[in-house]
Design a protein around this ligand. Structure first.
Ligand code: G6P
Length: 606
């Protein structure tokens, strides 16, 4: 969702701004723009892709600039609503949502400011402008103005009267600084800045920073100077390149063996090294946990749903899983002995962050973030962290982040099971061996791609699809349906197979492909009966079975056998063919696989 890049350097920053926006494209956007200072303010905006903005700005050169990709919230995607927004000689780019923008707008309109867009951001531009005289400097004007904003923001600001600096500020939305050899930069994430530096400074909520060519000054919201440490990013520039792949989603699906191996490296080759897994406070926070509450959105929510089965059956700990956006607004009954887990690939999702804060405010301070971005807001909010090491995930539809979340949750399950004495040594050893073998097992599943591709050809032109699963594979069916919706725009729904006869069976006919996740587990016989119900109504079945699932391939029943049955960790394997299926269906349909319409990778607004 909206991406920001700011640069102040000793050379032309326009190429840096454009390349930075390219690296932020994955976050999702529908228009782009930039503003620079070079003897005056110059603004260029475009409703197309960053490539079009680059063309439009080909003749623009300057040492100071701000740039933005916009994912529309207030007002349609149009050039008029694209950032930067200006007020006199001042320009602003913004990521987030200003909740009190209407009252600010009304007040400033009455004072004579003219609004040209429907955005909340334009209110910030005029508000800062209105503070300039009283403030005496752009920095102070930004500080005074941001004190009046409610909601979330990361902003970059320029003003003609201070042609050698840019001011940035954040609260709720991500923003980090890059200290480079030729200048100082700011961006929504590290990937945008690797082109110029690896020296990264993470701003805290309420921070305001003034960037000049050789220096950066940071204060808190009260104007007190603050020190923020510089981290050297270990992210490799290659990790965000496409390489031999056609799409990031394809690359990320095929990176899963490595991503899992990297994530699981922490468990080593012996027993579970519990003190190392969740940081020094891990044993204290996890000890005496009576129940688990998982908060997450989208694909991360599905990993939580799988974990519920693991936590209850293996660790004997009651677990509830809630959609973060629902949890944060409902009255619930807190129990301080609850371990609250926020799962998020980005660590930025506004609803998950707010739900985590809400749980903490209710007195549940045993919190854990399972996240793929080490310095993200959600990680910093939680008492404990488990960082998945999937590497940057660029495709909007989450794949390797999901399977590495599952790996992390499996490690957590075994940890809690051991700490509560709920697991026998040999059972734990068996599960650990399964975890260590996962990368190899996933690799074998990836080899099924040619057959899955054929299936995708057959049902890509359908308008609807039904996904069925049972037990810990029901969330996998949900994830399969979500993937298909996200990137191929085929309407898909997932049901616990036992629910079929309570409604969705009415939809089944020859036009409704039914995809079943059918591992050789304790629920297989039940699932087979559910599949009979589909076949009897003429529904065409696509069944992902295990080697030992023994479902006969007949007319209208297509079977794909997974290489092995994988017990507890089977959901990690069974999601892979569903990822491939939606990827290939999207290819057939010709959709924008990595940047599906209307969606964003990091959802930093409610
Ligand atoms: C967006 C993404 C999804 C993701 C969800 C939650 O909707 O498109 O892929 O699952 O956000 O994101 P998170 O970063 O919290 O896992």
């Amino acid at each position: 969702m909206c991406g920001i890049v700011t640069a102040v350097a000793s050379q032309d920053v326009v190429p840096v701004l454009i390349e930075g926006l390219r690296k932020l494209e994955y976050r999702g956007y529908d228009s782009a723009g930039l503003a620079v200072l070079n003897g005056g303010l110059r603004r260029v905006r475009s409703t197309g892709r960053v490539a079009e903005l680059a063309e439009a700005a080909a003749e623009v050169h300057a040492p100071v600039g701000i740039a933005h990709t916009r994912w529309a919230t207030h007002g349609a995607p149009s050039e008029r609503n694209a950032h930067p927004h200006v007020s006199g000689g001042l320009a602003v780019v913004h990521n987030g949502i200003i909740e009190n923008f209407e009252s600010i707008r009304a007040r400033l309109s009455a004072a004579g400011y003219v609004f040209e867009s429907e955005t909340d951001t334009e209110a910030i531009a005029h508000l800062i402008q209105s503070k300039l005289r009283e403030a005496g400097s752009l920095f102070e004007a930004v500080r005074l103005a941001t004190a009046e904003l409610t909601g979330a923001y990361a902003i970059g600001v320029l003003h003609e009267t201070e042609p050698e600096c840019a001011v940035v500020a954040r609260r709720g939305s991500p923003l980090l600084l890059g200290i480079g050899e030729h200048g100082v930069y700011a961006a929504s994430d590290t990937a945008a800045l690797l082109q110029v530096t690896r020296n990264i400074v993470y701003l805290e909520d309420g921070d305001i920073a003034e960037l000049t060519r050789e220096d950066v000054r940071i204060t808190d919201s009260a104007g007190q100077p603050v020190e923020r440490a510089t981290h050297v990013s270990s992210l490799s520039a290659d990790a965000v390149e496409l390489g031999i792949y056609r799409h990031y989603m394809q690359k990320e699906i095929f990176e899963q063996p490595q991503a899992l191996a990297n994530t699981l490296e922490i468990i080593g080759g012996g027993g579970l090294p519990i003190p190392q897994l969740f940081g020094a406070d891990g044993p204290a926070v996890l000890g005496g946990v009576r129940q688990v509450l998982i908060l997450a959105c989208g694909t991360s929510y599905h990993s939580g749903l799988v974990a519920r089965y693991w936590l209850e059956s293996i660790a004997g700990i009651p677990c509830t899983v809630e959609i973060a956006s629902e949890y944060r607004y409902r009255s619930s009954v807190p129990d301080p002995a609850t371990l609250v887990i926020a799962i998020s690939q980005s660590g930025e999702t506004a609803d998950t962050l707010a739900a985590l804060k809400h749980a903490t405010l209710l007195g549940m301070t045993r919190t854990l973030a399972i996240c793929n971005v080490p310095e993200s807001a959600i990680v910093r909010e939680a008492a404990l962290r488990f960082i998945t090491r999937a590497g940057p995930e660029i495709g909007v539809a989450s794949t390797k982040a999901f399977t590495t979340q599952l790996a992390a949750l499996a490690v957590l399950t075994l940890t809690l099971a051991r700490m509560s004495g709920h697991i026998a040594e040999d059972v734990e050893a068996r599960h650990l061996a399964g975890l260590r073998h996962l990368p190899v097992a996933v690799q074998k599943v990836l080899e099924l791609e040619p057959q899955i591709e054929q299936w995708a050809q057959r049902f890509a032109m359908k308008h609807h699809a039904l996904f069925l699963g049972r037990g810990r594979h029901w969330p996998i069916a949900m994830e399969g349906a979500l993937k298909l919706k996200e990137i191929s725009y085929i309407h898909a729904e997932a049901y616990a197979a036992g629910e079929l006869k309570h409604g969705p069976l009415a939809l089944v006919d020859e036009d409704m492909p039914v995809i079943a996740v059918a591992p050789a587990d304790e629920l297989l016989e039940k699932l087979k009966s559910n599949l009979q119900e589909v076949r009897a109504r003429g529904g065409e079945l696509y069944v992902f079975a295990d080697a030992g699932s023994e479902i006969p391939e007949t007319d209208g029943v297509h079977i794909l056998h997974m290489p092995e049955h994988y017990g507890m960790l089977s959901p990690v394997l069974h999601v892979i063919p569903l990822q491939l299926l939606s990827y290939h269906a999207a290819l057939v349909k010709g959709t924008d696989v990595d940047k599906p319409r209307n969606l964003a990778k990091s959802v930093t607004v409610e």
